[in-house]
Unconditional design. Sequence first.
Length: 274
Amino acid sequence: MTDHQHFVSQAVLRNFSSSNRKKKENHKIFVILHINNQLTIQSNPIVRTFEQNQYFTTNEENYDSWFKEIDAQSPSIIASIIKNGVENLNLQEREKINKFMAFQWLRCVAIRNESISYSKILGEDCINCIKNIHADLFTDIKYLIKKFNNLTLSSVSPKSLNIKHEYVISGSPVLYNVLEPEFYFPISPTNCLRFHSIDSSLSPLDSRFLNELQFINGGGYNGFRVAARHQETLEYLKNTPLKYCEIQNLENSFWKHLFLEMYKTNQEAKKVSG
């Protein structure tokens, strides 16, 4: 049994590595974390990023073993996508990336937090009850994999090659549109997977907005908010809030509505604190 278990695959995190060291255990990544109620940027070992002691272990079984096979297969598939694009995936590789995507979505902190909400409804507050509820979600994994299989897979890149616009990644890296089938998952600083319906009229979100969503998702975990290859990327994200005009220029969609609501909430909070 592995004591420290990752809720984001290290195979993906290593693509965001800030170092070129050969040994995997020595790879580092830049992170934004909370120190004394302040957002601080520092370099951190990947083996200690987005992980938790016995995260997957329950009283009934250690479902860490569920991820060993998919995590072992994912590096070669992800490397192939980064090098050759999604267009060249064969049927078997596409099935594997669908499975990997499904497991990555379910294993993240955001879904675990949903389990906490359900446990409160059920009147259960012990940590093992929460873990068991979370584990039960994986029993329907085949349905989720089929959902991804029915969607179009494309790969998107930042519109700008500037380091500040490279993709970041959080402890809950899969972003999804609740109004129509659309999912995003960054697999490297310059490559993000997008699953969407074939008849979708929405243009892909740029990294400016995807990074902001990753930053927000990271707020649900008391540790690292987001991670990136370059410190400058995190400095820009941390110090450059979205402007109203940027949000207004978005296509009318769930994303625009979400960002407008968050902008409104932030402005009202500033009035109260000011």
